[in-house]
Each structure stands twice: as structure tokens, then as C-alpha cells.
Design a protein around this ligand. Structure first.
Ligand code: CO
Length: 204
């Protein structure tokens, strides 16, 4: 049987290094998780949540899918949001897109990609909702524009989920952030001020 021995070796090395710094790290983390952040990002291997924001295990609750899309009927994503908001009581939800996203690129081209085209319809909708924003742009500019607009649209989508609306109605402290990551230099940027109430959703 083939095993991925090098990955197990990496794992032992990683766990040993952490335990050397803090012998109680894993045993105390095993008792409970108490993350302050829910990260919703792209599945892209170049955009690993914890590493980018330099946080250790236990600090970030993570959901990733292709092109970081919040679909109103996606039970998987909705369940993550519900658990994070209602049970873990995260204080911040970060929707993080990235430039150079293959999912966004696929939504812009006319080629067929199989099943994924159904998922990417949601990103194509973002083009339709914002047609005027693409007028006069060259293809690179359109690509970057869609990476950004997609994040903004998903921020609106998450703000309109029952979980986030209920949390705000109940006075729970919860901020929604729309960020974009540049795979060329490793830098994160905020796309708009964070949203902390339902009233702010339609203004921004
Ligand atoms: Co991507």
C-alpha cells in the first residue's frame, strides 16, 4: 500500500516544533475551540487561511469553496455559518477572494468546464448585476474587477442569511469583512469598510 510518508514526516516535525515551544498547546486546545474569526475563502491551494493571517490552530473557523461563493441554498456553507455564529459566537466573518482566481476566470470565459459551470453561474450572475462596471475594461481589468465585485456580492449574500440577520437582531456583536488577497505578493487588502448591522448592508 502506498502511503504519503513525507506528509506524515512533515506532520511529526510540525507537531514536535509546536510542543517544543508550548508543551500544553495541543492538550489545552483539545478541550475546546474558541475562534474569533470565520474565514470563507477560495479552495485555491495558494490561499491558505491560517498562514496568510499568521494564526495558529484554534483561532480561525474555516470554510472554503471554489471562488468563495455564499449560495443561499448551500447547506454546507450555511451550516458552517450557523455553527460559527450561534455556537462558537465568532465576532468576525471574513469573506476573502483573491486575484488570479481560476473560478472567476472560468466564469468569464465561454468554455465548458463540466459540473463546475453550474456553481460558477453564481459568479456569472455577479457580472450580470454589475454590467456597467465592466464597460471599457480590458480583459485583465475585467478579471480583477470580477474578483473584487464577487467578494462584495458575497458579503451582501452573507449579510442576508437568517443567521447573520438574527444575530444582529439579537444584539450579537458580529462584523462582516470583504477582503482580497494578492497571490503575487502575499498581501491582503480590505475592499470596503466592515458591516456591523443590517442597516449598513444596502448603503455599502
Ligand atoms: Co480562487
Amino acid at each position: 500500500m502506498k502511503t504519503l510518508k513525507h506528509l506524515f514526516d512533515n506532520n511529526r516535525e510540525w507537531a514536535d516544533a509546536i510542543k517544543k515551544e508550548d508543551p500544553e498547546f495541543f492538550s489545552s486546545l483539545a478541550k475546546q475551540q474558541n475562534p474569533e474569526y470565520l474565514w470563507i475563502g477560495c479552495s485555491d491551494s495558494r490561499v491558505p487561511a491560517n498562514e496568510i493571517i499568521k494564526l495558529p490552530p484554534g483561532e480561525v473557523f474555516v470554510h472554503r469553496n471554489i471562488a468563495n461563493v455564499i449560495v443561499h441554498t448551500d447547506l454546507n456553507c450555511l451550516s458552517v455559518i450557523q455553527f460559527a455564529v450561534d455556537v462558537l459566537k465568532v465576532k468576525h466573518i471574513i469573506i476573502c477572494g483573491h486575484y488570479g482566481c481560476s473560478g472567476i476566470k472560468a466564469a468569464l470565459d465561454d468554455k465548458k468546464h463540466g459540473l463546475i459551470d453550474n456553481w460558477l453561474r453564481h459568479v456569472e450572475d455577479v457580472i450580470r448585476f454589475n454590467e456597467e462596471s465592466f464597460v471599457g475594461l480590458n480583459s485583465d481589468e475585467k478579471f480583477n474587477q470580477l474578483c473584487e465585485l464577487n467578494v462584495k456580492e458575497q458579503v451582501k449574500n452573507i449579510c442576508n442569511t437568517t443567521m447573520v440577520k438574527n444575530a444582529w437582531e439579537n444584539g450579537q456583536e458580529l462584523s462582516i469583512h470583504g477582503w482580497i488577497y494578492n497571490i503575487e505578493d502575499g498581501i491582503l487588502n480590505e475592499l470596503a469598510p466592515c458591516i456591523t448591522s443590517l442597516e449598513e448592508v444596502n448603503i455599502k
